[in-house]
Design a protein around this ligand. Structure first.
Ligand code: PLP
Length: 399
């Protein structure tokens, strides 16, 4: 997945443009910038690639989620449905607005289970936030149908799945809003950065104003701009946007390398009858940043994961025991360990997650191993890795 593996002359050239002018900020300083507007250019390029009308860049993927929610009017006491398997950024982006994260089970897609989602809807629910973990997507058609019937918004967290698609649409562009991260370990990176995409003009207008202290961005005198509502600072810098511009131009090249490596590994592991694969919803195409597979039992998955590590097969994740990506280890959320006082709206209604039953999620995650697909692995290295994995898994299963 990580775009940093292939960092080169294109990235250097874009950054040099910014260094040469010295204008590190995305707004203003028109006379000094030698015509360089890297954030604007990246937004236009991303809009084209994602087939959406509006794109707004921000300082991180987490910021993108927060700004997306804020731009749609989500605030204190509103409930947002999110999966048990995701990065902690999901609930952070909700809690920071005083909104309430409602955790819901995943299914064999390793993303939100539409049946569980429908059961979790209440009078305060505003948004359904599927997270396209490890390069593949949620059943967006089913989720959109639920949103339409209940008057809810669909916000896609596509931070780990840029370049994947669903029924011909780029992931992130199917819902009302979509978010990407360009942090250092994502498929394309700009160091730190994120983006919100939408076809809704109001959300877009809200997003660029909210993420820049409420600036309305009208005219060319920043100091004289109006502030129609309260905002914050989630701006991206020109230096980061410059790197992102170079990396986005290489996205399709990265995706084809990932796909080649993914197929080699998948074909090899398919020889093992005990290994089954994560389900990709009909009409979906992954971005091939990970290959995720199931072992028959939790015990076997743990043994296989351990054996892979012992044999030196790196970059394989057993998320079930992971501190950052699965609800079981989110004690800071379940125990509400916040530095300061949390809003009453959150304290009043946040479910007691230490008592929740997410056995369906446990059933899938306990058996899942995900292998990162690196861009720097050659075909030959991938083949060697694949055969080593096959023999390690077979040895573990039959010993
Ligand atoms: C990385 C990631 C984020 C947050 O992105 P940052 O840019 O690191 O803030 C959010 N959601 C998912 C699924 C991610 O993988």
């Amino acid at each position: 997945m990580p775009g940093f593996e292939l960092f080169g002359s294109k990235e250097r050239k874009e950054v040099q443009d910014v260094l040469d002018s010295g204008v590190l900020m995305r707004y203003g300083f028109d006379g000094m910038r030698n015509g360089h507007w890297k954030a604007n250019e990246l937004e236009a390029a991303l809009a084209k690639r994602m087939q959406t009308q509006h794109v707004h860049l921000v300082s991180s993927g987490t910021a993108a989620l927060t700004v997306a929610l804020a731009s749609a009017g989500v605030g204190a006491g509103d409930e947002v449905i999110m999966p048990t398997f995701t990065f902690v950024a999901s609930f952070e982006s909700i809690l920071v607005l005083g909104a309430v994260p409602i955790l819901v089970d995943i299914d064999d897609t390793l993303t939100l289970d539409p049946f569980a989602v429908e059961k979790a809807i209440g009078p305060k629910t505003k948004v359904i936030m599927p997270v396209h973990m490890c390069g593949s997507m949620a059943n967006l058609m089913a989720l959109k149908d639920i949103c339409d019937r209940h008057g809810l918004l669909l916000l896609e967290d596509a931070c780990q799945a840029i370049g994947g698609s669903y029924h011909g649409k780029p992931l992130g562009s199917y819902g009302d809003l979509g978010c990407f991260s360009f942090d250092y370990v994502k498929t394309i990176t700009c160091g730190e950065g994120g983006a919100i995409i939408t076809n809704n003009e109001t959300y877009y207008e809200n997003a660029h104003q909210y993420s820049d202290h409420g600036h309305d961005h009208i005219g060319n005198d920043r100091g004289a701009e109006q502030h129609p509502f309260l905002g914050y600072n989630f701006r991206i810098s020109e230096l980061n946007a410059a790197v992102g511009l170079a990396q986005l131009s290489r996205l399709d090249e990265f995706l084809s390398i990932q796909k080649r490596n993914y197929i080699i590994l998948r074909e090899a592991l398919s020889q093992i009858p005990e290994v089954t694969f994560r389900r990709v919803p009909e009409g979906g195409e992954e971005n091939y940043s990970f290959l995720s597979f199931f072992l028959p039992t939790e015990e076997m998955a743990q043994k296989v994961h351990k054996a892979l590590g012992t044999k030196g097969v790196d970059a394989c994740f057993y998320w079930y025991n992971n501190n950052w990506h699965y609800y079981k280890k989110w004690e800071h959320l379940t125990q509400l360990q916040s530095l300061g006082n949390l809003p009453q709206e959150v304290k009043n209604v946040l479910p007691d997650y230490s008592q929740s039953d997410f056995s369906t999620s446990d059933h899938w995650m306990g058996r899942t191993i995900s292998c990162l697909i690196k861009l720097s692995w050659s075909e030959k290295e991938m083949e060697e890795r694949a055969s080593k994995m096959v023999s390690t898994i077979q040895d573990t299963l039959f010993n």
